[in-house]
Design a protein around this ligand. Structure first.
Ligand code: NDP
Length: 284
């Protein structure tokens, strides 16, 4: 069994980005917009800043009170769209219930949309000529490449059809000639789909739901899930994936851990997107 080490691969990605930035005659600038008091969202934004600092991206967070109106958020996004010094904009999800998520994501200028969530960027990915590939799918694809897992012709089953993970990953891997099945909560006999896959990607948000019975001998298992479960430690919780790691590693040919798997890849690939956005916008 091969452990696909997201910490190690993401360090390599960050190193590549950092070298690329050192050759530029400007510093790419990323702005995160945070309209939430959720500690998990605050942690994610903090991790993105840390990565930005490490690779040499100039980054900042604009905090908007979650009680504020949708207009207030759209005004901030509009200002960032107009700001010539800003290369990348990310709107941290989830947004408060009274804010229309689509309205916010649609408002980000497509050329600054480093999350790849603007409909134009989603459409381009579907069309096989991507500009900004969402960071988590991009990270998953890079992990498969680094682990020498052949995607071309492979049967890939993705569990989860969200707009940020499952669907764009399906488009990306289809573009790379995989045969992709996308499963969700209405899927009949989920295990039948996962068991015949060469590659299983779990992006569900249900702790350890993919068990050893659901995975074929020798398959590659990529665990996108991040779930907090109660634990007898100082924090009172621990993070686990959507895959029952201890049992699945006994049957899988290769597997990603949680933590230290897809999570750090997502952050590193966001930095790649930021540099690409800067280069395309500044034309060098
Ligand atoms: P969503 O909640 O948006 O989507 C979950 C998907 O799983 C939905 O398509 C849902 O189906 C499907 N699903 C739920 N329950 C079942 C079930 N019992 N059987 C089959 N399918 C099911 O989640 P996200 O895509 O945003 O995130 C998924 C997980 O990945 C979460 O744990 C999240 O924290 C994590 N994540 C990790 C990232 C990283 O960097 N590592 C980045 C982003 C997310 P339906 O559509 O029918 O509701």
């Amino acid at each position: 069994m091969t452990l696909i080490d997201g910490d190690e691969i993401s360090a390599r990605v960050r190193d590549e980005v950092s070298r690329e930035i050192s050759d530029l005659d400007y510093t790419p600038r990323l702005v995160a917009v945070l309209m939430s008091d959720d500690p998990a969202s605050e942690t994610y934004v903090r991790m993105k800043h840390q990565a930005a600092e490490e690779v040499g991206v100039d980054s900042e967070t604009i905090d908007i009170d979650p009680e504020e109106t949708e207009e207030a958020l759209l005004d901030v996004i509009d200002d960032l769209n107009q700001d010539e010094d800003v290369d990348g904009i990310l709107v941290q999800l989830p947004l408060p219930d009274h804010v229309d998520e689509h309205a916010a994501l649609d408002a980000v200028a497509p050329e600054k949309d480093v999350d790849g969530f603007h409909p134009e960027n989603k459409g381009r990915l579907m069309d096989g000529r991507p500009r900004m590939v969402p960071a988590t799918p991009r990270g998953v694809h890079r992990m498969l490449q680094e682990a020498d897992v052949e995607v071309d012709g492979a049967d890939v089953t993705i569990v989860g059809r969200s707009n940020i993970v499952g669907k764009p990953l399906a488009a990306l891997l289809t573009n790379h000639d995989a045969t992709v099945t996308v499963c969700h909560s209405h899927t009949d006999d989920l295990a039948a789909h996962t068991r015949r896959a060469d590659v299983v990607v779990a992006a569900v948000g249900v702790a350890e739901m993919i068990d050893a019975e659901m995975v074929a001998e020798g398959a590659t298992v990529i665990d996108v899930g991040i779930n907090r479960v109660d634990a007898d430690n100082d924090k009172g919780y621990e993070l686990v994936g959507d895959v029952a790691f201890d049992e699945v590693k006994e049957v899988a040919g290769a597997i990603t851990p949680v933590p230290g798997g897809v999570g750090p890849m997502t952050v590193a690939c966001l930095m790649e997107n930021t540099v690409e956005a800067a280069r395309q916008r500044r034309k060098n």
